[in-house]
Write a protein that binds this ligand. Structure first.
Ligand code: GDP
Length: 308
């Protein structure tokens, strides 16, 4: 991820290194190259426009400082703006004052929700929490089984509806099959009675944005009153990221974003667009199929990697 963007930006900055002082024409040429690199990386046009506008303005008004040469100054400005477009400061997960903390996962089918549910559960367990996973994705035939497999690997129990339990797999008794809202509600009640301090509710997605799916996610949201609604988005979907994120923001609302498949070789535009367009921070990143391919998202570290 970001390899091409990273190379393009690095070579843009290399051209500046020989310059003692930057003229307005130098800055304009640099900003043009940055604009092209971002657009080629599938960053949303609105985000690119704002980003390059800020970089140009700051580069033009930059004081000639003793510490940094002009090229370093431009790199610093671009770095600062990348951090800002990625959401600024790292925002930790918000826990409820009175447990359990309810985390709802939303996103398109295939976005990586179920995988993420296992990763997040393992991450929280390692931090000393006692999570419960709730299988409220009843759309996909094997989603419940998949969550049970993931839960078992993560060492975290799964609340699942009957039937759907994998033969031999440990599972908690669930609510009536077929009603995801009831499953989610019963899952949270079970977490409360068994003193799990976090509940992660996996929900159904469709291949495209659709009103029925949004309504179901909104109904689950209303039933379980989540402390966090995490919108999981496949970083490979490029320009579609923005419209999909906006549809979820309008249809369900979310408090944070998880970028999945950041290990892919896509151009990374989704990562750079979503926080900025929705105004919601990126909390975590998923970087592979294994449970350990998971990281807390730090905007400054990600910007550093892009400009490395
Ligand atoms: P869901 O439909 O949103 O629950 O998506 P899944 O969790 O089932 O993931 C869909 C596919 O993407 C599965 O084959 C996962 O193994 C794969 N996947 C999920 N997260 C990642 C990731 O971060 N990187 C890669 N390479 N694959 C992933």
């Amino acid at each position: 991820m970001f390899a091409t963007l990273s190379d393009r930006l690095t070579s843009t900055f290399k051209n500046l290194r020989s310059k003692g002082r930057l003229s307005e024409a130098d800055i304009d040429a640099t900003v043009r190259e940055i604009r092209r690199a971002l657009l080629d990386a599938d960053v949303a046009v609105t985000v690119v426009r704002e980003f390059t506008g800020k970089v140009r303005e700051r580069a033009l008004s930059a004081e000639v400082s003793g510490a940094l040469n002009p090229a370093q100054q431009v790199v610093k400005i671009v770095n600062d703006e990348l951090v800002s477009v990625l959401g600024g400061d790292q925002r930790p997960l918000r826990f409820a004052k009175t447990p359990p903390t309810v985390i709802l996962l939303a996103g398109l089918q295939g976005a990586g929700k179920t995988t993420l549910a296992g990763k997040l559960a393992q991450h929280l367990r390692e931090k000393g929490h006692t999570p419960l996973l709730v299988a409220a994705d009843l759309q996909r035939p094997n989603a419940v089984t998949q969550l049970q497999v993931v839960g078992e690997r993560a060492g975290v129990p799964v609340f699942a509806p009957h039937p759907g339990a994998q033969e031999g797999a440990e599972h908690l008794p669930g609510a009536s099959a077929g009603d995801p809202v009831a499953v989610a509600r019963d899952g949270v009640a079970t977490a409360r009675s068994r003193q799990h301090d976090v509940v992660i509710v996996d929900t159904a997605g469709r291949l495209g944005v659709d009103a029925e799916m949004m309504q179901q996610a909104a109904d689950i949201r209303d039933a379980v009153q989540p402390d966090e609604i995490l919108f999981v988005i496949d970083a490979m979907i490029g320009q579609d990221a923005v419209t999909t994120a906006q549809a979820f923001a309008d249809g369900v609302g979310f408090t944070g974003v998880v970028l999945s498949k950041l290990d892919g070789d896509a151009r990374g535009g989704a990562a750079l667009s979503v926080a900025s367009v929705t105004g919601r921070p990126i909390l975590f990143a998923s970087t592979g199929e294994k449970l350990t391919d998971f990281e807390v998202f730090h905007p400054d570290r990600m910007a550093g990697r892009i400009l490395d």
